[in-house]
Design a protein around this ligand. Structure first.
Ligand SMILES: C[S@@+](CC[C@H](N)C(=O)[O-])C[C@H]1O[C@@H](n2cnc3c(N)ncnc32)[C@H](O)[C@@H]1O
Length: 303
């Protein structure tokens, strides 16, 4: 995803306009196959509906079902509203997936017979310089999925201790040089833009390393959005939004998230793993969509 372009290049080249439908849904065939394998009516909740790529395919493949699309990002919700404006069977709501039980309650919906959570961020978010998710484009260091609440990545970096920054980089980015990078960040504060941060990181490891930049930016995004806490809350509440027999799929892009889902389906008495236990994208898909390369699909059934 990042390998071809240097930070220097991105400083020189103007950013391309964001194509609202440019996000390619990951492992779409596998996701659709899993859901059509056992469903023909009821509610399917897409808790991270994004640009609606998976949802569009699912709504076509499962015409007897109704759909609730939720996303934390108001910009994604605008895309969803316009994409599904002529589909009365699709209801769109802005919010975190942790709020789905309340949203369902408010809408008078019964428990879902299917749920999909495609975690992380979409290509549309990544490619929008103003969101601050990418080290490839100059932009404010924001990284919030919902920009109406919480601290930006810049605010976090400018107020946290060196140790807190190092811990985030190490724990959420699995980057071994976390202390060195955290020290350089603290020495160069305040940091306010993506490329400022990218240059500090590059300087601290004394070379261009796209892997390191990618890991640090991912770690910060996870911290800014409290992604692991959010996932824990969703897992705790999953019973309250799914009915017995419900099919549940998670797509993860990070080993910590994947482990949580593995434990959910393997060790929690009310769930069982679907077979195969997990799926990764084929070479063909990775060739067409490099963003898919670290994805893992896990499927389970509520019992
Ligand atoms: C990988 S994208 C989903 C793409 C979607 N499956 C598609 O095919 O277009 C992940 C989405 O999850 C959203 N998201 C992240 N954390 C969330 C949360 N806690 N609750 C709801 N949505 C969340 C992001 O805003 C992003 O739009």
């Amino acid at each position: 995803m990042y390998s071809e372009k240097s930070v220097e290049d991105s400083l020189k080249s103007p950013c391309k306009e964001v194509d609202m439908l440019s996000h390619v849904p990951v492992m779409a065939d596998e996701v659709v196959d899993f859901f059509i394998g056992g469903l023909n009516e009821g509610l399917l909740v897409d808790g991270t509906a994004g640009a609606g790529g998976h949802l569009e395919l699912l709504s076509r493949a499962l015409p007897g079902m109704s759909f609730l699309a939720v996303d934390r990002d108001p910009a994604a919700v605008s895309i969803l509203r316009s994409r599904f404006s002529d589909k009365p069977d699709v209801t769109v709501r802005q919010g975190s997936y942790t709020e789905i039980p309340e949203i369902m309650n408010e809408l008078g919906l019964r428990k879902a017979s299917a749920a999909l959570f495609d975690l992380g961020l979409s290509s549309i978010q990544l490619d929008d310089p103003l969101r601050g998710f990418s080290y490839r484009y100059e932009g404010p260091l924001d990284m919030r999925f919902d920009d109406s609440t919480g601290s930006t990545a810049a605010e976090l970096l400018n107020r946290m201790s060196e140790k807190e920054i190092a811990d985030i980089i190490y724990n959420y980015g699995e980057e071994g040089r976390s202390r060195r990078i955290a020290k350089a960040i603290v020495q160069n504060r305040p940091v306010s833009t993506t490329l400022e941060l990218a240059e500090i990181i590059d300087g601290s490891i004394r070379r261009n390393s796209f892997k390191t930049l990618s890991r640090v930016f991912q770690a910060l995004r996870i911290a800014v959005n409290g992604e692991l806490d959010q996932l824990d809350r969703l897992i705790d509440d999953l019973d309250s939004l799914t009915s017995v027999g419900a099919r549940i799929a998670f797509i993860t892009f990070h080993s910590i998230e994947d482990r949580k889902i593995k434990l959910l389906f393997r060790d929690t008495p009310r769930y069982r793993q679907h077979s195969p236990k997990w799926v990764v994208p084929g070479e063909d898909e990775i060739g067409k969509n490099s963003r898919a390369r670290s994805a893992r699909l896990r499927m389970g059934i509520r019992i």
